[in-house]
Design a protein around this ligand. Structure first.
Ligand code: IDP
Length: 157
């Protein structure tokens, strides 16, 4: 894989869906030049929620987190591009919206840690992106194609 092919997992959480933010969030990543390679509007069940947030199972907020993420539909996506995991996290902002800079998704749309609109794979957790992608998507749900503007997004192919 070339460095343009890094993939990352992103999900508009139930609060973002209910607040009508899917379109804006998708636009931000499209405008940046990232390529949408998978998308699924879905309801997360309890088992998937527990697995996705498994690293937090001993935390005091775990139960509320699982309840929240299963409380309504989410929009799960895979975005691809150079350094995608780190670039998406920089666009998402900090975990706490109150600490997130304006211009970031959480900094523009959130105020509360427990209602922070979006999930994105952690770039500091090696392999989290591919693990989360395979938890939510089968291989045949990822679509390979060229964006027409790809030759203008990167200096070299
Ligand atoms: P991230 O979503 O920025 O990667 P994580 O530390 O992986 O942050 O936490 C997962 C989610 O758990 C956060 O997005 C947030 O919704 C929730 N969360 C994290 N820390 C707390 C907390 O201290 N209280 C309540 N909810 C929390």
């Amino acid at each position: 894989m070339s460095h343009h092919d890094e993939r990352t997992f992103v999900m508009v959480k139930p609060d973002g869906v209910q607040r009508g933010l899917i379109g804006d969030i998708v636009s931000r990543f499209e405008d940046r030049g990232l390529k949408l390679v998978a998308g699924k509007f879905m309801q997360i069940d309890d088992d998937l929620a527990q697995e996705h947030y498994g690293e937090h199972e001993d935390k005091p907020f775990f139960e509320d987190l699982v309840e929240f993420i299963t409380s309504g539909p989410v929009f799960a996506m895979v975005w691809q591009g150079a350094d995608a995991t780190r670039q998406v996290r920089s666009m998402v902002g900090e975990t706490d919206p109150a600490e997130s800079a304006p211009g970031t998704i959480r900094g523009d749309y959130g105020l509360d840690l427990g209602r922070n609109v979006i999930h994105a794979s952690d770039h500091e957790d090696e392999g989290a992106n591919e693990r989360e992608i395979s938890l939510f998507f089968d291989d045949d749900e990822l679509v390979a194609y060229d964006r027409v503007d790809e030759t203008w997004l990167y200096e070299e192919e």
